[in-house]
Design a protein around this ligand. Sequence first.
Ligand code: DGL
Length: 267
Amino acid sequence: MKINTLSPIGIFDSGIGGLIIAKEIKMQMPYEDFIYFGDTKNMPYGEKSKEFIIENSMKIASFLFEKKCKALVIACNSIVSNALDTIYQEFHNKLLVFNVIDPVVKDKTFLFSKKIGIIATPATIRSNFYVNKIKESHQHLDIDQISTPLLAPIIENGFDIKKVSFIIRNYLNHFKSIDTLLLACTHYLFLKKKIENFYLGKVHLIDIQKIVVQEIKKKLNEKKLLCIHSPYKKFPIFYTSSSSTFFEKKVRVIFGKKVCIKKHIFF
Ligand code: DGL
């Protein structure tokens, strides 16, 4: 079967981070059907080598392609910054490939910023992907990036507010006189409110999910693949590579009880 407007969008991440992107897709494009893959067994990707990230993300991308998705959304910064070229080369002729970095670094928000802080996983920082990309479009920007390895695993397993506030404070104290902060890991988007409170609104936090999903919607529309009406109501399917009760809980809190959660392991 050829892909068409009713084909699903495939979204993937190492775990719950991409759920924020999926939620925004549901909000901005309520008729879209999607399939989600969270590689919970191999989380955190931020601690893995480039080779590992490429190999595993290619397996997930192939899985979603076989499910007849019309688009792939790489909802993980660690995957984008280490494996985007490989995934893109293999799949861009077969379906639309979106990622959570490109639309953000091109956003006009940066025009009003002088000094930006970036927090991300070790794998994303090691790649230098953000610095290289931002410098291409916004040469005037001063960039300070740090790796924050404790955050994603804590968020994935359900965090204790006191503990996470302490960790955030310690990390953010590193930054001096930034006007903008980029949460360059989709897991961190769950902490946006907390971080905004830390800065008392004095540092701008980029609305990553909005920017990314606006871009997806625009491109789907241009390619005549945007679903604006559906004859039947479909419930999204969520795949995980391990039984994670927190992942399941989070999915049901965000998307309701009627979702389908399945386990899938690659061999
Ligand atoms: N959500 C992933 C990201 O955006 C990272 C989490 C992990 O380390 O697995 O980078």
